[in-house]
Design a binder for this molecule. Structure first.
Ligand SMILES: *[C@@H]1O[C@H](CO)[C@@H](O)[C@H](O)[C@H]1NC(C)=O
Ligand SMILES: *[C@@H]1O[C@H](CO)[C@@H](O)[C@H](O)[C@H]1NC(C)=O
Ligand SMILES: *[C@@H]1O[C@H](CO)[C@@H](O)[C@H](O)[C@H]1NC(C)=O
Length: 250
């Protein structure tokens, strides 16, 4: 039997290219994200830039950001009653450091990033989005990982590579680590934000791993565009890193 006639082969090739073309078109039309960035910040450093009073000594959530899109659906309003059951964990893990009793930070993150993340069925409700962010936040445990490698908030300085190694050895992926730069700009940098990246199946992957679509997307600049809430830049290898402890109550 000759199943593979040239005609059949042509048909298969034609059909699969048609699929590729429509699929590709659909993909761009939706501008579906391919990567999620789970961003943690160190409250003490954040507060030194934003003039809040830090009273938290663990890494807290800043956000869960898809690599494409911002403010994807302005008519999808944040409604905290839809995440009522998550609120105790939200307050602990994703606190608004500027206004501890308000829901403004979550509302802001939902509108800017959540409505875009919601293009995936797995995140297409406020409850799914916020509970997934909390789940991923608890799955990785930066405080424990850093402590395990003797990196603790203290007056001693660390090398950036020590912090990178701790995370790479624990999770086998490369994080993106951001610092604040004080007035002593060329002497020390202050550990501020750590990003870990996930694929659409919520599996950890290198943050810097290039995706084919990255060239057509401005999305990866999310952290840069979040400059209103954080003025961090990527930490430098040739400078010591300060991991600031909370000031003792006087
Ligand atoms: C930090 O302070 C805020 C109000 O100033 C309070 O709501 C919050 O519970 C405190 N957090 C911790 C961990 O003590
Ligand atoms: C935007 O959100 C509203 C409210 O949830 C929903 O009815 C509408 O279908 C959404 N629009 C798009 C384009 O997803
Ligand atoms: C918020 O969500 C609750 C629970 O689903 C619902 O009963 C309420 O109508 C919503 N509020 C608004 C303003 O949409």
């Amino acid at each position: 039997m000759k199943l593979c006639s040239p005609l059949l082969l042509c048909l298969v090739v034609a059909l699969s290219s048609a699929y590729v073309i429509t699929h590709h078109h659909h993909h761009h039309h939706d501008s579906m994200w391919t990567k999620l960035i789970l961003t943690h910040h160190w409250p003490n450093t954040f507060c030194s830039m934003e003039h809040c009073k830090p009273n938290i000594s663990y890494w807290t959530l800043h956000g869960l950001w898809p690599d494409k899109g911002m403010d994807c659906n302005s008519s999808w309003h944040f409604n905290s009653s839809q995440i009522e059951d998550l609120l105790p964990d939200m307050k602990r893990s994703w606190p608004d450091l500027l206004k501890p009793t308000s829901t403004e930070f979550w509302k802001y993150e939902w509108h800017k990033h959540g409505t875009c993340a919601a293009k995936a069925d797995s995140l297409n409700s406020q409850h799914k989005y916020f509970s997934k962010a909390l789940e991923l936040y608890h799955k990785v445990d930066l405080d424990r990982v850093l402590r395990k490698f003797n990196i603790t908030p203290s007056e001693s300085y660390y090398k950036l590579s020590q912090i990178e190694d701790a995370i790479e050895k624990s999770y086998s992926i490369k994080p993106k680590i951001q610092c604040a730069f004080g007035s002593r700009r060329d002497e020390v940098q202050i550990l501020g934000q750590i990003e870990l990246c996930f694929d659409t199946e919520f599996t950890l992957l290198d943050c810097e791993r290039p995706f084919p679509d990255d060239t057509t997307s401005k999305g990866y600049g999310n952290d840069v565009m979040d400059v209103d809430r954080s003025g961090f830049s990527v930490c430098q290898h040739d400078m010591p890193v300060y991991y600031p402890p909370l000031a003792k109550e006087s």
